[in-house]
Design a protein around this ligand. Structure first.
Ligand code: WQD
Length: 343
């Protein structure tokens, strides 16, 4: 059974990807410092798959500790690198923390991949590398715009580090540019677990609906869009997860033309904030308490993907629309509340 090392495996996208990897016959080990996560999601992964996933509680910014993990897992066929800080707002307030953490960890992982001759590498990138793209939908060749936050800039620099590394190393690498990952596994055993007050729209919606937050504020309703609110390409986390499995299989089967390739992971459909709220109300049967508020600095007006390349080359076929994303996100929020009430 081929083994994969997943960094950030205790996180939202990492845990869902581990489920998909196991469902596709891979063995998995996780490395996660748990500074922004706990092993709760890996317990959910075990309930879903029946497999207990070992997590090495290691800070990837410590090269010696990271090297020790690779030394103990020399048989891995690839690394999927999720581990990174990802709060846009926090990155604006503490840029050096983001540059130090997100870039040092990446360089250390690449050093180990090189030392142990790991053949395949998949990097968690983000649509935020496009900045305020004027050409929509964005394709992989769309020129990268000015990063709207230090978080986005760590993803841009991360991609450039991998590009320079790939020029002089044989590792086969893929950059996956996520749009907005939302939703949860249909079992409601794993999902998004924001520590503290969430920044992202969908957990704000579900926490408002469950009563943990008083209301949703729509950040801006006078944008030049069909209803005045921002447009995003929301993508189900299980579709994102499957794209990682497909990317790894693509590299293992040597179907890649170059040793560094980039793919957009979005549905290709733009959804406004108000449309997302109405989709939630429809699937939950609830009236959501929301107000129209001021614009949030750093928000791009609209961005959504052209996903043709991932569909045709990876054989990726995203399944869920916005209503399924909202349904699973809501089921997860309700399961979290019921778990607290029953414990
Ligand atoms: C979505 C829309 C907000 C909260 C960020 C990162 C991106 C990725 C996903 C990691 C925007 C609006 C939000 C609220 C609102 N991160 N909104 N009220 O900023 O598109 O993307 O998260 O992979 O890289 O940049 O996501 O969910 O914060 O915002 O109106 O309370 O919802 O203005 O238009 P964003 P988001």
């Amino acid at each position: 059974m081929q083994k994969v090392l997943v960094t950030g495996g205790c996180g939202f996208i990492g845990s869902h990807t581990i489920v998909d990897l196991i469902n596709n016959g891979f063995d998995v080990v996780s490395v996660d410092s748990n500074i922004r996560s706990s092993t709760q999601l890996l317990e959910g992964v075990e309930k879903i798959t029946g497999k207990k996933i070992r997590n090495y509680k290691v800070d990837l910014c410590n090269l010696e500790d990271t090297n020790a993990v690779f030394h103990e897992n020399r048989d891995i066929v690839g690394v999927i690198h999720f581990a990174a800080l990802k709060s846009v707002g926090e990155s604006v307030n503490d840029p050096l923390f983001y540059f130090q953490n997100n870039l040092t960890s990446l360089v250390n992982v690449l050093k180990c991949i090189k030392e142990f001759n790991i053949p395949n590498f998949v990097f968690s990138s983000s649509c935020s590398v496009y900045g305020n793209a004027t050409e929509l939908p964005v394709v992989e060749e769309t020129p990268l715009g000015e990063a709207q936050s230090p978080y986005a800039r760590t993803k841009q620099i991360g991609e450039q580090i991998i590009e320079d590394y790939s020029r002089v190393n044989a590792t086969q690498s893929i950059l996956l540019r996520y749009f907005n990952p939302v939703g949860a596994h249909p079992s409601a055993l794993i999902g998004e677990l924001p520590l503290g007050k969430p920044d992202n729209l969908v957990p704000v919606i579900t926490q408002t609906a469950i009563g943990k937050l008083p209301k949703v504020t729509v950040f801006g309703t006078h944008y030049p869009t069909r209803d005045g609110s921002c447009i995003r390409d929301y993508i189900h986390v299980m579709d994102i997860a499957n794209a990682h499995t497909k990317a790894l299989q693509y590299l293992i089967e040597k179907r890649n033309a170059k040793n560094l390739e980039v793919f957009n992971l979005g549905t290709g459909t733009g959804v406004t904030v108000l449309e997302a709220i109405h989709a939630f109300e429809k699937v939950s049967g609830l009236k959501l308490n929301y107000e129209l508020g001021a614009e949030r600095p750093g928000d791009v007006i609209a961005i959504y993907a052209n996903n043709t390349k991932a569909r045709t080359e990876l054989g990726w076929d995203p399944k869920s629309g916005i209503e399924e994303m909202m349904r699973t996100a809501w089921q997860w929020e309700v399961a979290l509340r019921d778990r607290v009430l029953n414990n």
